[in-house]
Every structure is written in structure tokens, then in C-alpha cells.
Design a protein around this ligand. Structure first.
Ligand code: 5RP
Length: 253
């Protein structure tokens, strides 16, 4: 069993490997959120201090603050239009590269930034690899207005899709609902095992009140898997067929 320190070493290994393997001078980058992404932003800051010329679009206010602290120049999607590469973590990732994201409450901005990138690379410690998604509760971002009614609609849809949730819990921290960077709430759906991620991803956002969900199917092109011994492995998942329609068809990116 891995300790917290092992996880941390593995995350740092994945982050360092991602900088060394993918980041080139002149790139416009999507900067993910969560602890693994934060190691990536720190490693990027060190590379910038050595002369690397890149700009980044952050996927959360926390990542924005860290990028400013470590000297990574920032831009916006309005200015950059397209990004060369987005690097981001995941809460779970399957062999096809389908992910559960949003454990850090940043799924909406993460999805927007990944969608604007020509290539998306997931950076994970090996503990994130799963044969089937779903042990990690699926985060669903909802607007606060009548969120309980939205939760009921989510429950009905999941039941219809043959995937009833054991629990649909409003995410609470310190006695109050967690509020995302966009001012929304999060409902975590404990699905145990997700049989058809694409079907759920494709339907959840149709529910009025649902802003985004944490199933990222067909988005990751590659994954960098970090290990506690400091090594890493790169795996290709760009041939995965499980994509929900993007605003930008992959061929046009
Ligand atoms: O989706 C995310 C935030 O919304 C993160 O990428 C995900 O939670 C993984 O985080 P960590 O690298 O800390 O394990």
C-alpha cells in the first residue's frame, strides 16, 4: 500500500516528466488544477526561470495564483484562441483515457481549457489508474438555484440509464456548500462502477441546472503515469473512440 509521501513523489514524477516530454519553447499551455497540476506549474516555473518562453491559461483561481507566484506568464483564451497543449490531473483514468475529474472542484474551467487545446495530456500517479471508472464519486457542477430539484432530475436520469447512484451528495466543506470558481455547487454521484461513461457524459448536461460533469471521455490524448520511485511512463490514448462531440472536431484542432 502506498503512503501519502509515495503519492506525492509519484505526482511530482509525472509533473516533471510532462514538462520534459511535452513542453516546447513558444507554446501556449492550459494549466490544470489539483496537486499534480500544481507540481507541473512549479516545474514549469523553474523552466521559465531558466529561459523557457511559454504562456499559460489557468483552470482555477488557485492555479492562477500559483502561476503568478512561480513566474509563469498568463494569458486568456480570448487572446490565445487555441492552445498547443493542456496538462491536467485526474481523479481516475481508465485504459482508454476516459477520466473522472473535479475532485478539486475545477471541472468546468478544466473542460473549457481542454476543449481549446490541440492536445491534452493527463498527469497522474499510478494510483489513479482503474480498469473501470466509478469508485471515485462523479462530480457534477450545478447552479445553486433549486439545486435539490436538479439533484432529483440527475437521480431520475441515472436510473433510466441503468446506473442508479448509491448517493447523490451536495459537496460540503466546513458546514457550507462548496462553491466553485464560477459560483456553482457540486453534487457528487457515488456510482461505484460506470458501465458506459460516454452515455452518462452525453446526457447529464442536458438536465436544466447541470452546468458540467466530471466525466471527460475522449479528451486525453496521452497520459503520463508517475511512480513513487521517481520514474514515469507515457501511454497513448488518442485512438480511444469514446468521445462526446466537441465544439471543435478533433480533425480541425
Ligand atoms: O480534476 C481536478 C480538479 O478539479 C484534479 O485534476 C483532480 O482532482 C486530481 O487532483 P490531484 O492531482 O490533486 O490528485
Amino acid at each position: 500500500m502506498q503512503s501519502g509521501n509515495d503519492h506525492d513523489r509519484a505526482k511530482r514524477a509525472a509533473a516533471r516528466c510532462a514538462v520534459e516530454t511535452y513542453v516546447l519553447d513558444g507554446m501556449k499551455l492550459g494549466l490544470g488544477s489539483g496537486t499534480t497540476s500544481h507540481w507541473f506549474v512549479r516545474a514549469l516555473g523553474e523552466a521559465v526561470a531558466r529561459g523557457l518562453d511559454v504562456v499559460g491559461v489557468p483552470t482555477s483561481t488557485a492555479t492562477r495564483d500559483l502561476a503568478l507566484e512561480v513566474g509563469v506568464p498568463l494569458t486568456t483564451l480570448v487572446e490565445a484562441v487555441r492552445l498547443d497543449l493542456a496538462i491536467d490531473g485526474a481523479d481516475e483514468i481508465d485504459p482508454q483515457g476516459a477520466m473522472i475529474k473535479g475532485g478539486g472542484a475545477c471541472l468546468l474551467w478544466e473542460r473549457i481549457v481542454a476543449d481549446a487545446a490541440d492536445r491534452m495530456v493527463a498527469v497522474v500517479d499510478e494510483g489513479k489508474l482503474v480498469p473501470t471508472l466509478g469508485a471515485f464519486p462523479l462530480p457534477i457542477e450545478v447552479i445553486p438555484y433549486e439545486w435539490e430539484s436538479t439533484r432529483r432530475s440527475i437521480a431520475r436520469l441515472l436510473e433510466k440509464l441503468g446506473q442508479p447512484a448509491a448517493e447523490l451528495s451536495l459537496r460540503i466543506r466546513d458546514g457550507a456548500p462548496v462553491v466553485t470558481d464560477s459560483g456553482n455547487y457540486l453534487i457528487d454521484a457515488d456510482l461505484k462502477s460506470i458501465i458506459d461513461p460516454l452515455a452518462i457524459d452525453g446526457r447529464l448536461n442536458w438536465i436544466p441546472g447541470v452546468v458540467e460533469n466530471g466525466l471527460f471521455t475522449g479528451i486525453a490524448d496521452e497520459m503520463v503515469i508517475g511512480r513513487a520511485d521517481g520514474t514515469c511512463e507515457v501511454r497513448d490514448c488518442s485512438r480511444a473512440l469514446t468521445a462526446r462531440p466537441s465544439t471543435t472536431p478533433r480533425g480541425d484542432r
